[in-house]
Design a protein around this ligand. Structure first.
Ligand code: AMP
Ligand code: ZN
Length: 112
């Protein structure tokens, strides 16, 4: 089982912000901003490019709860950064799809 599958099944502890039968949101272990959490599908999908037609609803669910939790974390007024890294060029290090949400820090574009 991969790292985020283990977190999603409570085999490895995490600071969980939200959980339902489809997704889990938890704080990033190495936060890059005062608010930095990840939202993962409970289903193992390796990268965003491995999503299939029947995952469309799940992807919407993931993004919906990402923004909802961002607001609960106090990011509504000033916004946040929503990021999905994919494979090597995208800088993905954990092979289980995850949405990063970073807030409470002024970020810039383009990224490094
Ligand atoms: P990525 O580079 O997009 O694959 O991001 C992986 C993220 O997972 C990084 O920001 C890590 O800090 C984070 N991470 C790795 N292990 C854990 C863990 N056990 N709990 C929470 N976050 C983790
Ligand atoms: Zn997994």
């Amino acid at each position: 089982m991969c790292l985020f599958c283990k977190i999603a099944s409570h085999e490895i502890p995490a600071e969980v912000l939200y959980e339902d039968e489809h997704v889990m949101a938890f704080k990033d272990i190495a936060p890059q901003a005062p608010v930095h959490f990840l939202v993962v599908p409970k289903k193992h999908i390796e990268t965003i490019m491995d999503a299939e037609e029947n995952d469309k609803e799940l992807l919407g669910h993931l993004l919906f709860y990402g923004q909802k939790i961002a607001k609960e974390q106090g990011c509504e007024e000033k916004g946040a950064r929503f990021v999905i890294n994919c494979k090597t060029d995208g800088g993905q290090t954990v092979g289980h799809l995850h949405l990063h949400v970073l807030g409470k820090k002024q970020l810039y574009w383009p990224p490094g």
